[in-house]
Ligand binder design. Structure first.
Ligand SMILES: Nc1ncnc2c1ncn2[C@@H]1O[C@H](COP(=O)(O)OP(=O)(O)O)[C@@H](O)[C@H]1O
Ligand SMILES: [Mg+2]
Length: 130
């Protein structure tokens, strides 16, 4: 499918290099913008097809809450790879902020159990003496 992309050699090499950096542990944020139909989705798909990496997909909608596309992408991945995030090392507690089910796993792995279940309200802040 790679050869069906017309006039995107420079951009493909550039995005491929960002993907290679991410695979070797130097992630970045890439913002791709353009008119509807100009080829953004296809461009990313073609680069993703040739990469030795998992690509997760999530889409924002006007009513989406913050990070909803990221959470959708991660949850989609976990549905087909239940233990797929076990090897994400120091990133895991950060992902657990978005996916509370991972937080429990972190607590179990580190022995730091919490009585707080996902979705439960936070304990009140400490009282300030007057
Ligand atoms: N560089 C390209 N070469 C050939 N066809 C392309 C190219 N970029 C996009 N297309 C085709 O143009 C159409 C619109 O592309 P799409 O990626 O959906 O646009 P966007 O995501 O920017 O709205 C699709 O049919 C896609 O296959
Ligand atoms: Mg698109």
């Amino acid at each position: 499918m790679r050869d069906t992309l017309i006039e995107r050699e420079t951009e493909s090499a550039w995005l491929q290099s960002a993907v290679d950096d991410a695979v070797s542990g130097r992630g970045s944020l890439v913002l791709l913008s353009g008119e509807a139909g100009v080829g953004k989705t296809r461009f990313v798909e073609v680069v993703a097809e040739g990469a030795d990496a998992h690509f997760l997909r999530g889409a924002a909608e006007p009513a989406s809450i913050a990070y909803a596309p990221v959470v959708a992408g991660l949850r989609g991945f976990m549905r087909t790879n239940a233990g797929g995030l076990t090897g994400c090392g120091p990133l895991r507690p950060h992902l657990a902020l978005l996916l509370p089910e991972l937080g429990d796993a972190v607590a179990r792995a580190t022995g730091r159990h919490s009585s707080r279940r996902s979705g439960a309200p936070s304990p009140p802040p400490p009282r300030k003496d007057p």
